[in-house]
Each structure stands twice: as C-alpha cells, then as structure tokens.
Design a protein around this ligand. Structure first.
Ligand code: CIR
Length: 252
C-alpha cells in the first residue's frame, strides 16, 4: 500500500513565508489547485491521509518539511524557520502508528525539502533551513536504512529540492547555479530553462507519471523529450508561497 500524507491549506496561507514577496497567494485558488493535486495522488493509487490545516501555521500545507520517511523509520524534522517548528506534532502522531519514530533535536535544524533520496542514496542539502547537526542526526537515524549520504550546499534557493528535482530514478532537473553539480555525479541532469527560472517543480508518482508545474512548459517539454511521462498541473499559488510539488506531500 502506498500512502500520501497531505495537509489542508489554512485561512492564513496568504501570510506564508516568502523569500521575495512580489504578491501574496490567493487562498481560494490555492485550495482549488491543492484539490487538483490531491486528485492526481488518488488517481495514481495512493491512499491519501489528510491532516487538518492549522491557522496558527500559515505554511502548514508544506508537510514535506516536517518529516522524512526512509524505509521503516520516520525522522521528525526540526524546521529551520522558528514559526514552522510546531507544525510537526500532528504529522509525528500519524507516522508513529506505522513507523519507528526518530526526532531531530536542537541545535539541529532540518527541513524535509532538503532531503532527496535516489536509489538508496541520500542527498542532504545544507541550506538556510538545514544545518550540519540536523544532517548528522538524520544520517545517524537512517544509517541502517540507506547506503551513502552526500551533503550538498545549496545557494540562492530555499531547499535542495528547490534547485534539484528528481524526475526519474536517476534523472534530476537542476536550476543552474544552485548546487555544485559534481556532487550529483552518476545522475542524469536536465537544466531548467533560464526563462523559467524557479518555475519548474516536479513530483514522480508511483504509476511512473511525473507531475510537473504548468508554469515551466519549455522545461517540461525537455523532460518529456527524455522519455518521461509528464503531467502538467497549475500550482501558481503554491509557487507564490515558495512551495513546489514535492513539498505538499510525504509519500511512502
Ligand atoms: C517556507 O518558506 O517554509 C514556505 N513558504 C515554503 C516551503 C516549501 N517547502 C518545500 O519546498 N519543501
């Protein structure tokens, strides 16, 4: 059984943290786009569990940042943004029913958006949100579940998965200049189109389709030309809050 945890959008979503506020997201439209996202997960065969929104946490829809599930272990994150730290409670309570729970403790900080697992290899982004202590606690907690870990310093974007998006078992889309690509050795790299910078995001699903953001059509075409079955979805309001397609779910 493949499961997807998602979290509803709070009424306060227009106050989500943004790096470069040009406009605030429209909450009603964001909710419609989120419903479309959920439908894609259901269509792909995930059993979807929904955590209710919490108006005290404008960013709570970005549930990926609150926990990392690797094999039988769920590592409860300690989000780098102080205002997001208490988002983890209800997610931990759900994961505890099915997984061995570990917790990132202070001074560690870790956002799930910085953790990318490909072929049993963990890539851990060191970013504004995830520090060395968080990364070494994650390594310790999951050492029995996966092989190697590569630490990837992240520049100019929020998370590792803002700049490096898996679109297949060994293929990623990279926003040029955000990571040292030599750390991704062995992976096939497709570049995000310069004119679509920070607009491409993706989520590979269990049915081998890959959701991609409709706002980066040229990059989407390049990914499709590489033989990947892409499904565009409009998530303009999620992008406006610095979110993407991975960050609205925890898949396991
Ligand atoms: C934040 O700044 O924390 C949110 N506005 C966006 C989080 C996006 N999370 C993700 O990509 N994993």
């Amino acid at each position: 059984m493949s499961r997807a945890l998602i979290r509803e959008i709070p009424d306060t979503f227009d106050r989500a943290i943004v790096r470069d506020p040009t406009r605030s997201p429209d909450v009603g439209l964001a909710r419609r786009q989120h419903r479309g996202y959920r439908e894609h997960l259901e269509r792909a065969g995930y059993q979807v569990a929904v955590v209710p929104a919490d108006d005290a946490h404008p960013d709570c829809v970005f549930i990926e940042d609150t926990a990392v599930v690797i094999g039988g272990v769920a590592v409860v994150a300690r989000p780098g943004a102080g205002s997001r730290r208490d988002e983890v409670g209800p997610v931990a309570a759900l994961l505890e029913e099915t997984h061995e729970l570990r917790t990132i403790e202070a001074p560690g900080t870790l956002d799930g958006g910085d953790i990318m697992v490909m072929g049993g290899h963990i890539y851990a982004g060191r970013s504004e949100r995830t520090n060395d202590s968080g990364i070494s606690q994650l390594r310790e907690a999951t050492i029995d579940q996966v092989g190697e870990m590569t630490v990837v310093p992240v520049a100019g974007v929020l998370h590792l998965k803002s700049g490096v998006l898996p679109v297949g078992p060994e293929t990623v889309v990279v926003t040029p200049g955000t990571v040292d690509e030599s750390l991704l050795a062995g992976l096939r790299i497709i570049y995000e189109e310069e004119s679509e910078r920070h607009q491409f995001t993706a989520l590979p699903l269990r049915d081998h389709k890959v959701l991609v953001s409709a706002s980066a059509p040229r990059t989407g075409e390049t990914v499709a030309a590489a033989g990947i079955d892409v499904v565009p979805i409009d998530i303009s309001e999620i992008l406006a809050a610095d979110g993407g397609l991975t960050c609205m779910s925890i898949l396991y």
